[in-house]
Write a protein that binds this ligand. Structure first.
Ligand code: GLA
Length: 327
């Protein structure tokens, strides 16, 4: 009798041990498309907080193109990782990423940019955390409308630089959200100039915006929208390079990471009026934690989580950041 009791207890203990695959054995990859961008560095930072808290290993990988993504996934597989979170350099890589993850027996979640299938539709099976792109874009548009009014500009004579990156659905939703609010408030659609950027960094945005500004020397007052802070900063830098004063420019970005904050810290005001701060903490910490729970405890993450944003300007960004827990 005693023997059986002990045997049962021993196997129960073994089951518990197997069921909760010791945290120290869990390895999770966090792959991002643009490792030098402050937003992604913040995501990594917060993901590492989750790793520290739960005791798993988080492997940070930058993958700027499709080839690097493939190599990153194989590498994670070879290292014995059990899953990864990715912000892909190109959402059309979707089916390939899913296939590679499956081949390497890795659980897959996406962050920021949602994978699409060959028809361009979102791959809904892969758990995703993104921002509420249209709503946040609308917040950008409203902030610009309010500031145009505050500065007493004649809406009919203002030009809008729309820094666009149409191969990325969240980028389309963000800028469309912004321009739709402009138009609803009487901003002439004909004064919204498209500035397609070749890449999603400041330099590419600066180049795109410069073309627009040079084509319209008659415009004195400019506003600028784009997918993120880098896009809007590029447009603001373009206005500066042709000598348009900061008082004549209203740029509102999306992100709120270091690039935007540095702008607010400059001794004199620039044309970068505000940013809608989004949460790298949720995108980094929460995705990593959710992946960990999936691997260690079999708890499947929600298929779609969309996070919100909050407008911040030079005057109140510190308070907004504190409010969002990203100090
Ligand atoms: C995209 C952008 C990033 C950032 C994230 C937020 O990936 O390229 O700059 O805005 O979305 O989800």
């Amino acid at each position: 009798m005693k023997f059986w009791k002990q045997a049962i207890l021993a196997s129960a203990a073994l089951l518990v041990a197997v069921g909760s695959a010791g945290a120290q054995d869990v390895k999770i990859g966090f792959v991002v498309k643009q490792p030098e961008e402050p937003w992604f560095q913040d995501e990594w930072k917060f993901a590492q907080e989750a790793a520290k808290e739960k005791g798993f290993t988080l492997v940070e990988i930058g993958a700027e193109d499709g080839e690097k993504v493939q190599a990153a996934i194989d590498n994670l597989g070879a290292q014995g990782a059990q899953g990864f979170i990715i912000c892909t350099p190109d959402v059309k890589l979707g089916p390939g990423i899913v296939a590679k993850a499956t081949a390497n027996d890795l659980k897959l979640m996406t962050v920021d940019d949602r994978l699409v299938d060959s028809a361009g539709a979102p791959i809904e099976d892969v758990p995703h955390m993104g921002i509420s792109a249209t709503k946040i874009g609308e917040t950008v548009g409203q902030a610009i409308v309010d500031e145009i009014k505050a500065r007493g500009w004649d809406m009919a004579e203002v030009g809008a630089i729309k820094v666009s990156y149409d191969q990325l659905p969240t980028a389309v939703d963000r800028v469309t959200g912004a321009t739709s609010v402009l138009e609803q408030n009487g901003f002439p659609a004909a004064n919204i100039y498209n500035a397609p950027q070749a890449k999603t960094d400041t330099e590419a945005a600066l180049n795109a915006a410069t073309t627009v500004i040079n084509a319209h020397p008659e415009i004195e007052h400019w506003v600028a929208v784009g997918l993120n802070d880098e896009a809007v900063l590029g447009a603001v830098r373009a206005t500066e390079s042709v000598g348009i004063p900061a008082a004549n420019v209203i740029g509102v970005g999306i992100g709120g990471a270091e690039s935007a904050i540095n702008e607010f810290k400059k001794p004199s005001v620039t044309g970068f009026y505000g940013t809608v701060i989004i949460s790298p903490k949720r995108h980094g910490y929460e995705t990593a934690l959710n992946m960990y729970e999936w691997i260690a405890n079999g708890k499947e993450p929600e298929k779609l989580i969309l996070t919100s944003g909050q407008l911040a300007t030079r005057g109140d960004y510190e308070a907004v950041r504190k409010d969002l827990g990203i100090q």
